[in-house]
Ligand binder design. Structure first.
Ligand SMILES: CC(C)(COP(=O)(O)OP(=O)(O)OC[C@H]1O[C@@H](n2cnc3c(N)ncnc32)[C@H](O)[C@@H]1OP(=O)(O)O)[C@@H](O)C(=O)NCCC(=O)NCCS
Length: 279
C-alpha cells in the first residue's frame, strides 16, 4: 500500500466514528454485529475499555482500524482484554492488526499489564493467524448456547431478587473462572441493566443467576458446591419459561454445566478460543 498508515492511541477518538467502524468491521462476521451508539458505549463501559491504551490505525487522518483494550486487575495481576479488533474491509490484508498489536505491547507493559486475553471465533483463521503471529496462544475453547428453556420441575423454592454481589464467591460457586465479559466486574459496570436472583436456604445463597434484562443474556449462574444434584439449577430457571436466552463463553471443560444447559433445551450455536499473551 502506498499510503502511510499511522498508529496511535484512541485517546481523542470521535466515539461515533469508532462505533461506525466497529459496525462496518463486524457487519459480515460469523454472527453479524450491529450496535447502536448507546449499546456500543455500554459495551465500552461494561468491558472497562480504556481508550488511552486502545489503538487506532489512520490513513490521511481517517480511522481505518481499531484495537480496543479493557484493563482490570485480576487477582492482583493487571490484565488487559481485547474487546474488539477491526479493520475497514477495503483496507484489509495490510497487516494493520499486527501493527496495532505491536504498537500496544510496550505501552501496556509500561503501564504494568502482565497478561492480555482475547476471544476469537474458532472459524476466524484471519484473526487467529494475526494473533498467533504476535505470540498469542490458545488457552481454552468457549461454547455459546441459545434457546428457550423447557422446564420439567415444579419450583419448590422461591426465586428471590437480591443485590449483594459479595454473596457470590468463587469458593462456593465456580469451578472455572468466568471470561472477562462474564466477570462480576462487568456486571457491576452495567448493574442497572442486570437482574440478579437466586434461591436461599436458611439464609444461605444456594443458587443464583445474573441476566441482562434487555437481551436475556445470562452472564453467570451457579449452584453452591454443597447443594448440588438437588434440581436447584432447574428450579432457578423456571422463571424464564418461554423466553429465548443466551449463554456465551461457557468453558467446554465445564461438563456438568454443559449437560445442564443442554437438558434445558439450549443448543450450541458458536465457539470461540480464548487466547493469551504474557508480556
Ligand atoms: C481480522 C481482521 C481484523 C484482520 O485484518 P488485517 O489487519 O487487515 O489482516 P492482516 O493484514 O493481518 O491479514 C490477516 C489475513 O487476513 C487476510 N485478509 C483478510 N481480509 C482480507 C481482505 N479483505 N483482503 C485481503 N486479505 C484479507 C490476509 O490475506 C491475511 O492472511 P495471511 O496472514 O494468510 O496472509 C479483519 O479481517 C477484520 O476486521 N475482520 C472482521 C472483524 C474481526 O474478525 N475481528 C477479530 C475478532 S477477534
Amino acid at each position: 500500500m502506498q499510503t502511510n498508515i499511522e498508529i496511535h492511541t484512541l485517546n481523542n477518538v470521535d466515539i461515533s466514528k469508532l462505533s461506525a467502524l466497529y459496525n462496518l468491521s463486524y457487519q459480515n462476521y460469523y454472527i453479524p454485529i450491529e450496535l447502536t451508539q448507546e449499546q456500543f458505549e455500554s459495551k465500552l463501559k461494561m468491558e472497562d475499555i480504556d481508550l488511552q491504551q486502545s489503538v487506532g490505525a489512520y490513513i490521511n487522518d481517517e480511522l481505518v482500524g481499531f484495537l480496543l483494550y479493557g484493563i482490570r486487575f485480576y487477582k492482583d495481576v493487571k490484565t488487559a482484554y481485547v474487546g474488539g479488533t477491526g479493520v475497514a474491509p477495503d483496507k484489509r490484508g495490510n497487516k494493520i492488526t499486527q501493527k496495532m498489536l505491536d504498537y500496544s505491547f510496550s505501552r501496556l507493559k509500561d503501564a504494568g499489564v502482565q497478561n492480555i486475553f482475547l476471544e476469537v471465533n474458532t472459524k476466524n483463521d484471519f484473526a487467529i493467524n494475526a494473533y498467533q503471529a504476535c505470540d498469542f496462544t490458545k488457552t481454552r475453547v468457549l461454547n455459546s448456547y441459545k434457546g428457550i428453556p423447557t422446564l420439567i420441575v415444579n419450583p419448590l423454592h422461591a426465586i428471590v431478587s437480591f443485590d449483594d454481589l459479595n454473596l457470590i464467591t468463587e469458593e462456593n460457586f465456580w469451578d472455572i473462572k468466568p471470561t472477562w465479559k462474564n466477570q462480576i466486574q462487568s456486571v457491576k459496570n452495567i448493574i442497572d441493566s442486570c437482574h440478579i436472583n437466586g434461591i436461599f436456604e436458611d439464609d444461605i445463597l444456594v443458587a443464583y443467576k445474573i441476566i441482562n434484562k434487555n437481551n436475556t443474556r445470562i452472564y453467570q449462574f451457579g449452584v453452591h458446591r454443597d447443594y448440588r444434584n438437588r434440581y436447584l439449577a432447574s428450579i432457578l430457571f423456571s422463571d424464564l419459561k418461554n423466553k429465548e436466552i443466551k449463554m456465551i463463553n461457557v468453558d467446554e471443560r465445564e461438563i456438568s454445566t454443559i449437560d445442564f444447559i443442554q437438558s434445558l433445551g439450549l443448543k450450541l450455536y458458536d465457539q470461540q478460543y480464548e487466547m493469551k499473551k504474557e508480556l
